[in-house]
Design a protein around this ligand. Structure first.
Ligand SMILES: [Zn+2]
Length: 78
């Protein structure tokens, strides 16, 4: 198993597990949905892949509306 940090077009970062690099390539071709907005325009973030066992839970990405995130701001900002 291998985990990649992925970055979607809306700016969400999330981690996704794959069996191996070929599995990532196959899933990328069919589209890897962002868990926050469902967009499939995701790219590997610049990060060394972690291989192995468990990992600490990633910080939850801020959810955006059903229309996607257009503002680029953070929800906690008033
Ligand atoms: Zn997203």
């Amino acid at each position: 198993m291998i985990v990649y940090a992925l970055h979607c077009a809306c700016g969400h970062d999330f981690d996704q597990w794959f069996d191996n690099m070929a599995d990532y390539d196959a899933k990328k071709d069919s589209g890897i949905p962002c868990p926050s907005c469902g967009g499939t325009e995701v790219a590997k973030a610049i990060m060394a892949p972690r291989v192995g066992k468990s990992q600490p839970a990633p910080a939850p990405a801020p959810a955006c509306g059903p229309g996607g995130c257009g503002g680029g701001g953070y929800p906690m900002m008033m």
